[in-house]
Structure formats: C-alpha cells, structure tokens
Design a protein around this ligand. Structure first.
Ligand SMILES: *[C@@H]1O[C@H](CO)[C@@H](O)[C@H](O)[C@H]1NC(C)=O
Ligand SMILES: *[C@@H]1O[C@H](CO)[C@@H](O)[C@H](O)[C@H]1NC(C)=O
Length: 391
C-alpha cells in the first residue's frame, strides 16, 4: 500500500510541474523560477535537468511571453545545453550560469564539443538581468592549445529579434558569443572579460547574419573584440570599449579558395586601448568574394600595434592556380585619432587585384607613442608586388 502511494505521488508531480513552478505575474505573462524546478544553485550540483524542464514548460505556455528567472546570489552549473525555439521567451539572468569546472567534467552530447549554451531558432528571445555567464575556460586554455578542441561559450543560431543586454561574460574556453544565421538583433550594455593571454577568446563572432547592432559594451579578451565573418551585412558597432584584445576585424575571408562576402559594416564611436590591431580587414590569397562598404569612424585608438590594417596576405598562404583575391572596396576611415606603437600606423597590404576605393585617412592624427612630438605620421601602402609607397 505504501509503495503504491509513493508511485502515484511521483507521477502526479512529474506530470504537472507547472502547477508548482509557475507564478502568474499578470494577464498574459508568467514567471518561472529555476529554483522551483529543483535547481540548487550551489555552483557544483548539475542543474541541467531543472533548466531542461523549465524550458519545456515555458515553450508549452500558450499565451504571453514567459520569463525564466535565474535568481541573484546563486550560481547554477550547466552542462552543454541546447535551448531550441520557436517559443518566445524572456530570460532574467540575475545570478550566474557556470560551466563545469574541470575539462573532464563536461558531458558532451554525441561527444561533439560544439559549445556550452546554445539557443537556436528563436524569434524574440530577450536576455538581461545583470547576471553572468562563466565559461570556466582556464583549464581548457592550458589543456588544449588548439582552438578547434575548445568549445565556445554562448551561441545564438537562427535567431530573429534577439535582444541580449546587461550581462557579463567571463572566461570562455574559446569565443564568448557567437551569432550565426541571425537577423534584426541587438547586443547592448554587456561586459566581456577574459585575460589578455587567453587563446582565441573572441568577444563576439558574427557570421551569416544581417541587421545586427552591437552597442555600449566593454570587451576585454585574448583575441578579436568583434569579428565579422562570411555572409554578414548591415552590422553596426558603436560605443564599444575594446582592449586588451585584437580589435575589430572583418574576416578572415576566402580561406581555402572560398567565395565569401561581407558588406555594409559601420563601426563608430569606439575606443580601443592596449590592443594588437585596431580596425582590421583580413583576407586569404586565393579566395574570392568581397569585403565592401565598410566604415570606421570617430574612433580613438591608444597604443595599438597595428591601428589600421588591411591584410590580403593573411597567414601567407601559398598561392596555387590562377591569382584570385577577395575584393576589398569602398572602405572609409574617418576621424581616427590616437597613438600607435609602430611607425606604420596604417598598413594597406593589398593584392594587385585587391583593393579599390579605399579612403585613406589623410586627416588622421597618429603620433608615435614614444615621441609624439617628433614622429611624423606615416601612411604606408604596401603593394603585393613589393613596391612600398609612403604618403
Ligand atoms: C545602422 O546604422 C545605419 C546608419 O546610421 C542605420 O540606418 C541602420 O538602421 C542601423 N542598423 C542597425 C541594425 O542598427
Ligand atoms: C571624432 O571622434 C571623437 C570621438 O571618437 C568625437 O568626440 C569627435 O566629435 C569626432 N569629431 C568629428 C569632427 O566628428
């Protein structure tokens, strides 16, 4: 008799989780607190199941936009996880989501080290709340020097109308945020922070996406602050403080002879400090496609090694077959000021069929860092055939 009772009780609870987990806020929207799904939030216990259940319930909600509350003062350990749409959901991340601490503790679906937290095919996902994504990357950086063996932290795939704001992103094993095949989305007021020497810890990587706005954020990492890759158009980046890091990059494009494109990129009102590169466009010899209609303006660069660089010989690839290059055109640099660590503040390393309509910034005001008063500003164009021209 006793055992029959407990079986019935368990079944009831399992079948109706929303009865105890869901709180109605007002007509049409409801809040789901992850703690009510049994999540411990002690930073060690695997809370993945609670998140899976909550996501399932929220996606079953028939009206309004449910909110997932991840409360303050707690740290929830999550294994690699896919949150799949098409449900419309708000995530109020006040606490911390933390990856497994040791490399061996990560549990991979199909042994495929894709990434840590992936959101896919969601229209209208809103994430905010002031909390933190902690990728626990330190153990990965030392154990796997090669990037391809390390997972990225947060991925948004196939999203539309995504709004990510007021979150912190620390210590990803690889890229902190990936945006791919997304449109009409924004990232604002976030902070990304990893040590300067951490390998391939890009801030935000965008590919195959359009109408994306990234604004008012700070990015400190071991690699590109923002990388704009193949298939991107109408990308606006404004109000970013970048560094340490490798700057804002378009590309690399055209690896292994591929046709790749980027157009309509507008980087404005940014501050770069303590960075390797500032505004960079990089393409591989032998590729095709284009990087065009790209504008960098109102930018302050302090202590960059390569403040402005177009590199069409990225990675010194050995050319096979007919000469080809990704075409770089209609590039504007305007109102860029600051200090350069190298004399060659502007380096346009173009293939003979490579660059057209580059508005070389004759109004730029770069000074050598060591002796700002005497170092003359130099704009150097290095042509592929080895002719150097100094303006
Ligand atoms: C990007 O900036 C341009 C020019 O200011 C504006 O017309 C466009 O709507 C912006 N796009 C996004 C996605 O913010
Ligand atoms: C140049 O850019 C700086 C900020 O980076 C801005 O404060 C200033 O107003 C800009 N000047 C012009 C002439 O647009």
């Amino acid at each position: 008799m006793k055992s029959l009772f407990s079986v019935i009780f368990v079944l009831l609870v399992a079948a109706t989780p929303s009865l105890y987990a869901r709180v109605t806020l007002n007509a049409g929207s409801s809040s789901f607190n992850i703690v009510n799904y049994g999540a411990k939030g002690d930073g060690k216990t695997d809370d993945s199941q609670a998140f899976e259940k909550a996501w399932h319930d929220m996606c079953s909600a028939t009206e309004g936009t449910p909110t997932l509350l991840i409360p303050k003062g707690k740290s929830f350990m999550l294994q690699p996880m896919l949150f799949k749409g098409p449900c419309k959901i708000n995530i109020e991340l006040q606490g911390t989501l933390v990856a497994p601490k040791s490399v061996d503790a990560w549990k991979w679906p199909d042994n495929n080290r894709v990434g840590w937290i992936k959101f896919s095919d969601i229209n209208g996902l809103v994430i905010g709340g002031g909390g933190t994504f902690d990728g626990q990357g330190a153990a990965w950086w030392t154990k796997y020097p090669s990037a391809s063996n390390r997972p990225s932290a947060l991925q948004f795939l196939g999203c539309k109308n995504l709004a990510l704001s007021a979150t912190n992103h620390i210590n990803s094993p690889r890229n902190h945020i990936i945006i791919s095949t997304c449109s009409d989305s924004s990232i604002s007021n976030i902070h990304i922070n990893s040590p300067e020497g951490s390998p391939n810890t890009d801030g935000i990587d965008i590919s195959r996406s359009s109408n994306i706005l990234i604004k008012d954020s700070t990015i400190q990492s071991g690699d590109d602050c923002v990388a704009i890759n193949n298939g991107c158009s109408y990308i606006n980046i404004t109000g970013i403080t970048c560094g340490p890091g490798h700057g804002i990059s378009v590309g690399s494009l055209g690896k292994d002879g591929k046709f790749e494109t980027v157009e309509e990129v507008h980087v404005r009102n940014c501050i770069f400090q303590g960075i390797k590169n500032g505004a960079r466009i990089k393409t591989w010899p032998g590729g095709s496609g284009y990087a065009r209609k790209i504008r960098f303006e109102d930018i302050i660069l302090n202590g960059a090694k390569n403040p402005i660089i177009i590199d069409q010989n990225y990675k010194d690839y050995q050319r096979n077959g007919p000469a080809k290059a990704v075409k770089v055109s209609d590039i504007t640099y305007r109102n860029i000021t600051g200090t350069s660590l190298s004399e060659e503040a502007i380096s346009l390393n173009c293939d003979p069929i490579g660059c057209t309509d580059i508005a070389c910034p004759f109004d730029y005001r770069f000074t050598g860092l060591l002796d700002p008063l005497t170092s003359p500003p130099i704009c150097k164009c290095i042509l592929h055939v080895g002719i150097e021209r100094v303006f």
